[in-house]
Every structure is written in C-alpha cells, then in structure tokens.
Design a protein around this ligand. Structure first.
Ligand code: XMP
Length: 335
C-alpha cells in the first residue's frame, strides 16, 4: 500500500523527467482511470497536457457537463470537448447487432480522436489510464477482454499518430487508483462511481440506437441512480463491494446499476386514456470481479418509488421491470 502524498510526489517527478517540455494528449472518457490519469499528469505538467473528451451522444444525463465542470472549471485542465453525437448516431442508424454496434462506436471513437489529435501538432505523447489489471489482461486473454481494452484505451492510436505512450497508472490496482484520485482532489462521488462501458448507452438501448430512445433512457437512468443514492443502506455490508468504506446508501451497496431501454411497446392506463409506450428494465448487481454477479436484492419500496417516478416523469415510458438474472448465465449489460 502506497503512502499517497509520497506516491504523488514520486509520480509527478517521473512524469516530468519522462516528458520534459513535450506536449501530451489524453482521451478523457469521464471514467475513473482516465480521470485520475488526467489529474495526475496535470499536477505534473499543467498546460503541457491537453485532454480530448469525445461526447458520442451516448453519455448519461449531465455527464458531459460534469466532466467539463470538474476538469475545465475546477481543476483548470485544458479540455477540448468534441460534440460527435450526429456522427455516432448517423453511423448507428439502422444497425441492430450488438457486436456491430460496438465495432462502429469503437471505430468512430478512434476516428474522432485521431482527427483532434492530428490538430495538436506539437503533441509527442499519448497518455492513457491503463492500470495494472489492464496490463495483465492484455498479456493474452479472452476475446471480449481484448475488445473492451482496445476501445477503452483507444487502441491503435500510438502507431498511426506516432506518439509515445505515457501510462502513469500502470502499476496500480483499482483501489489504489481511487485513493490516488481522492488525494489529487477529485470528488469522492466521482472516484467511487460505478463502471460505465465505453460504448455507453449504445449497449443499453437494445437494437437500433435512436436519439429519442437515448433521451428517454437518460431520464429514467438518472431517476434510478438518484433514488439509489438517496436510499440509506442499513443491512450489514455485502462482501466484495469496493466503495472504499462501508456503504451508506444503495448506490454504494451495488457494484453497477443502470436502466436499459427496451424498444417494445406495451399497453397501460393513464388518467382516462390508454397508453401504448416503451418499457424500461432496471439492472442492479453486486460483484467482486464483474466475471460473476448476483442481482441486487433492492428493497421493494425503493423499486416501487423508482418505477412510479419513471412512469410519471418520463413521457414515453409506461412500464418498468426489474432484472432478476444472475451472471452467469446472464451478462451484466443486456448487449
Ligand atoms: P458483461 O455485460 O460482459 O459486463 O457482464 C462486465 C463488465 O464489463 C463492462 N462492459 C464493457 N466495458 N466496453 C467497456 O468499456 C464494452 O464494450 C463493455 N461491455 C461490457 C460492463 O459494464 C460490466 O462492468
């Protein structure tokens, strides 16, 4: 276990020695690893770092604003935000197959990043939030792991851009990365967020991705997450939940929780009339390693409140269901 102030001091010196007066670019995803890498590198070299944040239109509610506020406003990091929603949704139009969708999102991500990186002509380094488990994983494992990693870490860029790799988190485990993030001044809520897949809401909208669906899903998902955060967790701690402390609410007592948009319409009643609208599924799991997971036994009162709020507040959704499938055989994501 590292003593964080010492660790930061050493890491900062190492980064400075490595890059000298060169410029560095980093693809900021809003996830924990790239965020902590950005904060650490910024601590070391300030404005020599430029971050590129690609908004693919498949982010959660207010996520883009949150990332920009935290890095640009609060930490004073140079961040270029690319609004690429139309580009991504355009390429996803008419595509139903989950793996095809992932491929398109990964490809466009590299494309957009490459164009922006190309504009920063002085950059000599590409920084990545690669952590120790990624290093081990890429030393040869399953197909899906490779896919996840290559997207997550913007695979293929160093060769095409002729950039050297800067990976200051390579020796750290996730819990150490989180502690480092807090020590660097990132908010606890941000550093202990649930993981969010690179393809974002693209794999949580079943089948074809449409802006209308993404907008409905963002609202439903935000309500679910808000209620999880607002509902106290009073049972004994569940083994294997890494919240950095005993969980105090149901968000912290789950490893991952989100809403899934089902492009299926069902009949409902609202006031005097019938409705014929879409369905949202809620997914909440507890897991140590994300390889296996159990569905979270959320209190019925919490589920009821989330369902009422989604149906009343999100026009276009008239039915909410809860996913009670473990992994295996189900996966955590629905695609
Ligand atoms: P599954 O659905 O395979 O998910 O049980 C296990 C963990 O991996 C995440 N996940 C992804 N992360 N790109 C990512 O960056 C992906 O394509 C992807 N697919 C799944 C998922 O959110 C869960 O934490």
């Amino acid at each position: 276990d590292w003593n964080m102030p010492d660790y930061i001091g050493e890491a900062v010196e190492k980064i400075r020695a490595q890059v000298g007066t060169d410029e560095v670019i980093l693809g900021l995803s809003g996830g924990v690893d790239s965020s902590v890498a950005a904060a650490l590198i910024h601590r070391a070299i300030g404005d020599q770092l430029t971050c590129v944040f690609v908004d693919h239109g498949l982010l959660r509610k207010d996520e883009g604003k949150m990332v920009m506020d935290m890095f640009s406003k609060n930490l004073g990091v140079k961040v270029i935000r690319i609004d690429a929603e139309q580009q991504f949704l355009g390429h996803l139009s008419g595509v139903n197959d989950p793996e095809q969708k992932r491929k398109i999102i990964g490809r466009e991500f590299v494309e957009v990043f490459q164009v922006e990186a190309g504009k920063l002509t002085n950059a000599k380094w590409l920084a990545q939030g690669t952590i120790y488990p990624d290093v081990i994983e890429s030393a040869g494992k399953g197909k899906k792991g490779q896919t996840i990693k290559s997207h997550h870490n913007v695979g293929g860029l160093p060769e095409t851009l002729n950039l050297k790799l800067l990976e200051p988190l390579r020796e750290l485990f996730k819990d150490e990365v989180r502690k480092l993030g807090v020590a660097l001044g990132l908010p606890h809520n941000m550093v202990y967020r649930h993981p969010f897949p690179g393809p974002g809401l693209g794999v949580r909208i079943l089948g074809e991705v449409k802006k209308e669906f993404a907008d409905l899903l963002r609202e439903a998902d935000a309500i679910f997450i808000e209620e999880l955060r607002n509902t106290p967790f009073e049972l004994p701690p569940v083994a294997g939940i890494d919240a950095g402390k005993a969980p105090v609410n149901w968000y912290e007592a789950t490893s991952q929780a989100f809403a899934v948009f089902l492009p299926v319409k069902s009949v409902g009643v609202m006031g005097d009339g019938r409705t014929y609208e879409y369905v949202v599924a809620l997914r909440a799991v507890q897991t140590l390693d994300f390889m296996t997971a159990q569905w979270a036994h959320l209190p019925h009162s919490l589920l009821g409140k989330v369902s009422n709020r989604i149906i009343n507040e999100v026009r276009g959704i008239n039915r909410v269901v809860y996913d009670i499938s473990g992994k295996p055989p189900a996966t955590i994501e629905w695609e």
